[in-house]
Design a protein around this ligand. Structure first.
Ligand code: WTA
Length: 681
């Protein structure tokens, strides 16, 4: 079906009646009442929610305490101070022992290859996690130590993260698409002494030899003076049939199993996951952590080019991911929920792992691609597991939209009830396609706006309560107070457009940038004291709906992945043939934005296919395949201000072919602009 070009931004879609019957928040008036309570008495609001969780000792301080004003002292947020708990206990033991959910399915794991599958119950997951927690302890990992995890989307990735949480270790998960250099940078920044990885995996047809990449990263770490002591490797593809222990949760041999896979092995560092687990006990007392003890670090792009290790702490993150999951997807006990994100991103942390597990939900965990073996794969999975709540990205929707409605309609999708999106602004056409084709017009769309730093959804509809407008993330979640700020930091009222900021914390907001609290303050709090600044622009319409208009800083969003222009530029400029590089986003019909790079070459260097391939390879090696440039243009000069600053605003116009450049009075040499227009890719 052709996309619905008639989609208008001001169309209103009201939630369907049948969803309202058992909904946690059944109508908009209830949303408003609860929202008012969450703002007027946050301690009572979150305090009531906290009663559902297990606390070894109760909190003594306020439920939520903070300072957002850098002029008044250090920025901090504290939640449930004085309480002791364990998030792994709350998402596993509490479900198994207090809620009788031991036999309930936690994950239906669906491999890259149709037919590769595994079912894991809460009881089995608890045992697997305890065993691996004991493995970590036996390797000397203690509370507060940081562990790096670099794994494909397998159940053992969830096991590894939860095992860290159980013993109070801090996990730092690095998405398995990142390069060796990126992994090394993250390992050294977080000072991890142990890495958990896997031999390899398939993404569609493509074999990724993960252990080889991990080894290269470890060599680089050693060269930098940060030797990693231990590397635990899961055999995902290279298992021998005899190696599968009886009654183990490991998937049976993958269809594309590769017992012949060449896996380098360094006996001084490398350890086999399976041998270690076989000897470990499946009982492990959790480490009782303080509320504000660190839970994990997750790196996200920063505008200086160096990734920021965003740090989340135990209690606030637990309360917030559990509550947003429950209410935004209106979780019900018989739901089958599927979030297509990789655990290596924040969406996977909050809404594949912690949020759903905290609610005792049954989830699908998918290793593969929406287009493999064909473009119907997602709908085949929806029908196979009777998925009721689906959470995916605008990029996936736009990509599948290209193939029309037939591959979708090959499957019934009758089980679907709520459809979610995340990661980037969703254009109204894609929103409408998601609603009318995927959801057959029956399912509300929840367009959830949030960030690695926010821990969970901050602007989002609630499916039975919020009338939605295609392309708008609608209203704030409970406890969240947005503000639209002008360039000078003035808070704008009513319909307005400006910087999106938040006036006070919610439990799940990040606490710091690991090892660099000053950078945390500088990035989010210094420009407008008293506010958390998101780095996104937004418009609030006359009905109070929020519309994200894109980044206001030097960040790009390619297929929902945030990249910093500085990071790509420095990778390009490392090439001896390049003197200077400038990178901007070019609108892309599927990816949202693609990377368009301008390079000025060194004396004697010539721009040809070889150089172009080298530059692309350089960026892939430095960051990963997600950052591969779509276009590289050789430029004799770049538009600069008289003080030498590159005018990216002008470059953005050039890549879009827009001749109206706005105010260019500060441009030092206007002749370069015409040359750049002439030689556009
Ligand atoms: C963008 C991903 C518009 C935004 C959860 C944000 C969105 C960045 C939406 C965070 C949305 C995320 N509508 N834009 N629904 N969701 N974004 O840290 O620019 O990977 O700042 O977290 O993605 O990306 P991150």
């Amino acid at each position: 079906m052709a996309p619905d070009k008639t989609a208008k931004k001001d169309m209103l879609f009201h939630p369907a009646g049948d969803l309202k019957k058992n909904a946690h928040v059944p109508d908009f008036d209830t949303y408003k009442e609860l929202y008012a309570k969450s703002i007027d008495s946050p301690d009572d609001f979150w305090g009531d929610i906290a009663k559902d969780f297990f606390w070894k000792t109760r909190h003594t301080g306020r439920v939520l305490d903070h300072n957002f004003d850098v002029t008044k002292g250090e920025v901090f947020v504290k939640c449930m101070e004085g309480a002791r708990t364990n998030i792994c206990y709350n998402v596993l033991d509490r479900n198994v022992h207090h809620r009788n959910l031991g036999d309930k399915v936690a994950f239906y794991w669906e491999g890259n290859e149709p037919g590769d599958e595994l079912t894991v119950t809460y009881g089995e997951l608890l045992h697997g996690v305890c065993r691996f927690a004991n493995v970590l302890k036996s390797q000397g990992v203690k509370k507060g130590d940081c562990v790096s995890i670099y794994m494909p989307m397998v159940v053992e990735l969830a096991v590894a993260m939860l095992a860290c949480a159980r013993i109070g270790a801090v996990h730092s998960i690095v998405f398995a698409g990142f390069s060796a250099e990126s992994l090394c940078e993250r390992i050294t920044d977080s000072r991890c002494s142990l890495l958990i990885t896997a031999d390899g995996f398939y993404r569609g047809e493509k074999l990724i030899t993960l252990k080889l990449i991990a080894d290269e990263a470890l060599r680089k770490c050693k060269d930098k003076g940060f030797p990693v002591q231990r590397c635990i490797m899961l055999k995902h593809l290279s298992k021998d049939p005899e190696e599968i222990p009886q009654g183990s949760q490991s998937p049976p041999l993958a269809k594309r199993s590769r017992p012949d896979l060449q896996v380098p092995w360094n006996p001084e560092v490398d350890l086999c996951w399976h041998s270690l687990v076989a000897e470990a006990s499946d009982e492990c007392e959790p480490e009782w952590c303080d509320s504000e003890d660190p839970l994990f670090i997750l790196y996200t792009s920063g505008s200086t080019g160096k990734p920021k290790g965003v740090l989340h702490t135990v209690s606030g993150y637990m309360l917030y991911t559990a509550t947003t999951f429950k209410l935004v997807f209106d979780h019900q006990p018989d739901d089958v929920y599927w979030c297509t994100a990789d655990i290596g991103w924040i969406t996977g942390h909050s809404y594949v792992a912690y949020g759903p597990l905290a609610n005792g939900a049954t989830s699908v965990m998918f290793e593969g691609l929406p287009t493999y073996p064909d473009v119907s794969r997602m709908w085949a999975i929806v029908d196979k597991y009777s998925v009721s709540k689906l959470y995916t990205t605008p990029t996936a929707i736009r990509m599948l939209m290209k193939y029309g409605g037939d591959p979708v309609r090959k499957y019934k999708r009758e089980s679907l009830k709520v459809l979610g999106t995340v990661g980037e602004p969703i254009n109204p056409e894609a929103w409408q396609w998601y609603r009318t084709v995927v959801g057959d017009g029956r399912c509300p769309i929840v367009d959830t706006y949030w960030q690695t730093e926010t821990g969970g959804h901050v602007l989002t509809p609630l499916p039975a309560a919020t009338p939605t407008k295609p392309g708008s993330a609608t209203f704030p979640f409970f406890g969240v107070v947005p503000a639209v700020l002008s360039e000078s930091g003035e808070e704008l009222e009513g319909a307005s457009e400006g910087h999106l900021a938040f006036k006070r914390p919610w439990p799940g907001i990040a606490r710091t940038v690991y090892g660099d609290h000053d950078r945390f303050e500088a990035t989010y709090f210094r420009r407008f004291p008293g506010y958390y600044l998101t780095g996104d622009g937004c418009r609030r319409d006359e009905d109070g709906y929020y519309w994200i208009t894109g980044r206001t800083d030097d960040m790009l969003n390619v297929s929902g992945h945030l990249l910093s222009t500085a990071e790509v530029e420095s990778a390009l400029a490392e090439h001896e043939g390049v003197v200077e590089a400038a990178v901007v986003g070019k609108p892309h019909p599927v990816k949202g934005e693609s990377l368009y790079c301008f390079v000025t070459l060194a004396e004697g260097a010539a721009y040809d296919a070889v150089l172009e391939a080298e530059l692309k390879r350089r960026v892939r090696e430095r960051i990963g395949a997600i950052a591969t440039p779509d276009h590289i243009q050789s430029a004799t000069g770049l538009p600069k201000t008289r003080s030498g600053k590159i005018m990216r605003r002008v470059l953005r116009k050039i890549v879009c072919g827009e001749r109206d450049l706005g105010d260019i009075s500060t441009l030092a040499d206007s002749s370069v602009v015409e040359q750049l227009f002439q030689s556009r890719c």
